[in-house]
Ligand binder design. Structure first.
Ligand code: FNR
Length: 358
């Protein structure tokens, strides 16, 4: 089908490890605490086994779908990851071009190393803006207004980061991130020399579910909540005005021993019961991981580190390679499962094998 294989993903990470300063590689790779959740975010997908169908016409396998009105070429979305300028000189610009080249949806982090307008101008694909509600609410609103003007199609409010997780591998955590990355999106709103700029830009730990409607009303955009790991919490978010949820533990970077997304996903899908899209991320590294997530009821998956490693290894071309590798692998395993389109993926295709089963 294609010369591109998943080895691209492993090669990108190796290359990134060789190219990047150790503390930068560690910043991207690390998980919180003992990295139990980081580890399980990947292995939990492997607890599912596939129950394929046979003799279905899979001469053509279709991946295009739509997410809150945005047409995308595949259900693989680029997760918001911070400070991509530390991975590659072209940072988020290269990522946005790769998203456009592959017809993928990009979720851009509040903590981008590149002003959001420049990212929006670099790529033509639809994009969502990830929001950290910052201690300075006004600053948050200014940023959201700019994202709306620049064409963001939805906001992704990250709910799992009242405080930044403590990552063992990272010495000094955020202190290692220079101001010209941390504050780049905010600089224009900050008085020169404002002494408390970093604190004002920190996540506000006091926000509540009311932030969902606050952002929806201020922006006129649908708001998804990212970091949901329970069915009842997903329903609470939707009842508070969310247009969707992202099942996520932040790639194992926040609460260590948080439940893996692969385990939380079915509960969330059942509780949401078709009211809104449910996305999922954390440890998605293959077409089979994507297939399991979609079969369990996810509308789409997000990938974080594979994009960062592709970017570090090869800029725009590296990110394209990573996305194409996942797309080719998903297409292949869908065919072997007897699924010719995303609509053919349902829960009967997977069975849980593990200690995680209730
Ligand atoms: C993240 N993630 C993240 N999430 C978010 O909402 N805002 C952000 O700024 C960041 N920044 C960030 C930086 C880095 C280096 C990583 C690795 C992750 C979390 C991200 O969106 C996603 O949930 C995970 O990356 C998914 O896990 P995988 O695909 O990296 O295993």
């Amino acid at each position: 089908r294609t010369s591109m294989t998943l080895t691209a993903l492993a090669e990108h990470e190796d290359k990134a490890a060789a190219l990047l300063p150790a503390e930068v590689y560690d910043y991207f790779a690390a998980g919180a605490g003992a990295e139990t959740t980081l580890h399980e975010s990947r292995t939990a997908w492997e607890h599912y086994r596939v129950r394929p169908r046979v003799l279905r016409d899979v001469g053509r396998v279709d991946l295009p779908t739509s997410l809150l009105g945005a047409e995308v070429s595949s259900p693989v979305v680029l997760a918001p990851t911070a400070f991509q300028g530390l991975a590659h000189a072209e940072g988020e610009r290269a990522t946005a071009r790769a998203a456009a080249a592959t017809g993928s949806l990009l979720a851009l982090s509040t903590r981008s190393s590149t002003p959001l307008e420049e990212v929006a101008a670099a790529g033509s694909a639809p994009w969502w803006f990830q929001v950290y509600a910052m201690r300075d609410r006004d600053l948050t609103l200014r940023l959201v207004e700019r994202a709306v003007s620049a064409g963001a199609r939805a906001l992704v409010l990250t709910g799992d980061t009242p405080y930044v997780g403590i990552k063992r591998r990272v010495t000094g955590t955020r202190i290692a991130i220079p101001d010209d990355h941390f504050l780049v999106n905010l600089q224009q709103h900050l008085d020169p020399g404002r002494a408390d700029a970093r604190r004002a830009a920190e996540q506000d730990p006091t926000i509540t579910l009311e932030a969902i409607s606050w952002l929806a009303e201020a922006s006129g955009l649908p708001v998804l909540v990212k970091g949901v790991l329970r069915g009842d919490e997903a329903v609470a978010c939707l009842d508070a005005g969310a247009a969707g949820v992202v099942v996520s533990n932040h790639g194992g970077r926040q609460l260590d021993r948080a439940v893996p997304s692969a385990i939380a996903l079915p509960e969330v899908v059942d509780a949401v019961a078709g009211r809104a899209p449910v996305l999922v991320d954390g440890g998605i590294r293959s077409g089979l991981d994507c297939l399991v997530a979609l079969a369990l009821g996810a509308s789409a998956v997000m990938v974080g580190r594979p994009v960062v490693w592709g970017l570090a290894a090869g800029g725009e071309a590296g990110v394209v390679e990573a996305l194409e590798a996942l797309r080719a692998d998903l297409t292949h395993v869908m065919a072997l499962t007897g699924a010719a389109s995303l609509a053919d993926l349902d829960r009967s295709l997977v069975t849980a094998t593990s200690i995680w089963s209730p």
